[in-house]
Write a protein that binds this ligand. Sequence first.
Ligand code: 3PY
Length: 252
Amino acid sequence: MRRFLIAGNWKMNCGPYDAAELLEGLKEKKAEVDENVDVLVCPPFVSIGMAVNYLHDTDIQVGAQNLHFEENGAYTGEVSGSMIAESGCNYVIIGHSERRQYFGETDTTVNKRSHKALEHKLAPIICVGESLDQRKSGEHYDLVKNQVTAALFDISKEDILDVVIAYEPIWAIGTGETASPEQAQEMHEHIRKVIGGLYSEDTADRINILYGGSMKPANAKELLSQPDVDGGLIGGASLDAESFSEIITIAE
Ligand code: 3PY
């Protein structure tokens, strides 16, 4: 009953001109997508307007890469949930490991941002995942359980159905390393059990859990064929129209 979600995280790449070029290529290859797959691109804030305009006549949706948890006010450089929703987005990435590592994002702010996203009918894509040291020391399951539990604190049983979790092992981000399909499946199953314990098994069965961390055409088929992998949050390969559309085709 879950549909695949193939989401591109452009990170700090593609201002409006480059975005237009990339989207042109994507539109040529994939303006229409099978109904079992949702497709999303998450450009930097300044390219969201361009993306929404370019993609309005396609099946491809647009999301943001972050939002602030306050409604508005004296927060120089920040962008609020209402602004993102008003710009035409319906998803927002929250708590990516790069934000946790470089911008002081914590489990508490991830939770606050997730609440704010839901308030504005933006589906939060909440990122969790362990470092290589944490995996080597065997604490990865507990760590991810704690991240998921903290991120979902006080999210209602209705709102949880709009939440997407992305498992992104930090050691597989921008390193060319990828979790093996078995490693991905084990962690996704674990995350689903954690959600089942917090809500119900039925709810857990309905939540999309994406894999992120160097997903590309060469490994997408194996990763997406795991029973608990419901799509991908794709970094580098989403910056190339050919590679991204190949991954979408694999999901279809
Ligand atoms: C990657 O694949 O590098 C990502 O971080 C996706 O979010």
